[in-house]
Design a protein around this ligand. Structure first.
Ligand code: ATP
Length: 300
């Protein structure tokens, strides 16, 4: 596994708040998502990896060097959560200005095609909608032809069309062999884009692995079907959670075979049954509930 970035026993404190507590992570080549509740420490981890903040203690290595060094920063692209684009510049001026800072930039016009910027090319940034601004921010992160791109909640608040356009652009970035490190609270987005996940809880790493590993590690399967009325006890015996979803019922079960067998044996007239691995959202929620010992954010 090629590692593109690494935190080694990194602690970051803001006054008495311990935002990251001796965190060690190796970010592999590809698309990795850093997940966790609000305030878990995701943006702090990204900022440190992007060279925007220094850790209080511990070691950071990105693309084989120090992310604060010019040599490494020239190979990074950054799309932070809150970005102040120069208000009075047009989209074209912004991208040409940024491109001029790099030795081997992507042509701004190529980014215009990829991110559907033609219609807003001569508009001032200050007049753009939220979705249009996001596209310009992503273009700004890519214009330097980076090897590693940081995307902090890239599609929060976007409509479906804008989100799909950004997803396609991010997939293209990954297909070109660039690595991407993103944060998101949207699990379908993470399942679509990321191959690896790092889950942070209370400033510490609680889970790490491929999306499939994290989903499998929780030891649960989903059995979903249309069933009439309450289910007999043998059907629910292996279920750790039962959720009605419209006309359907979801059983999160430790033994999907036994659950389906019980439906048949007890003559429950089910329709349109689906047996699947649990999704990332359920896997992370279940793992968090199984480990209530996750320390809340501590203060120094
Ligand atoms: N500049 C700062 N000064 C003081 N405290 C900070 C600062 N930045 C972050 N924190 C605190 O550090 C902790 C981690 O914050 P961080 O922004 O890294 O979390 P996050 O996981 O990115 O959250 P969110 O999902 O809400 O964006 C929080 O308790 C936050 O209040």
């Amino acid at each position: 596994m090629e590692v593109v970035a690494r935190l080694d026993h990194v602690t970051k404190t803001y006054g008495r708040i311990v935002a990251l507590d001796a965190v060690s992570i190796a970010i592999p080549q590809g698309v990795t998502a850093i997940l966790g509740a609000n305030g878990a420490g995701k943006s702090t981890a990204i900022d440190i990896l992007a060279g925007l903040r220094r850790p209080t203690s511990g070691r950071v290595e990105v693309l084989g060097g120090d992310p604060a060094s010019l040599a490494v920063r020239a190979r990074l692209g950054l799309s932070p959560q809150a970005t102040a684009l120069p208000w009075r510049l047009t989209v074209a001026e912004t991208l040409h200005l940024l491109a001029a800072h790099y030795t081997d930039p992507i042509a701004p016009t190529a980014l215009a095609d990829r991110l559907d910027l033609a219609g807003i090319w001569d508009r001032r940034n200050g007049t753009l909608s939220g979705g249009q601004r996001r596209r310009v921010v992503l273009a700004s992160a890519l214009v330097g032809n980076p090897d590693l791109v940081f995307l902090d909640e890239p599609t929060t608040g976007l409509d479906v069309e804008s989100r799909d356009l950004l997803w396609a652009a991010i997939e293209k970035v990954a297909a070109e062999g660039r690595s991407v490190l993103l944060t998101s609270h949207n699990m379908p987005e993470v399942e679509r884009l990321a191959s690896h996940v790092v889950v942070i809880a209370g400033g510490q790493v609680s889970q790490v692995g491929s999306v499939d590993e994290v989903c499998a590690n929780v030891g649960l399967h989903l059995v979903e079907a249309e069933v009439p009325g309450p289910l007999p006890e043998p059907v629910t015996a292996h279920a750790v959670r039962i959720e009605p979803v419209g006309a359907r019922t979801r059983l999160y079960t430790t033994d999907p075979d036994a659950t389906v067998r019980a439906l048949v044996r007890h003559d429950v007239p089910f329709r349109a049954i689906r047996v699947d691995r649990v999704g990332l959202e359920e896997a992370i929620r279940t793992a968090a509930e199984a480990k209530p010992s996750h320390e809340p954010l501590r203060t120094a």
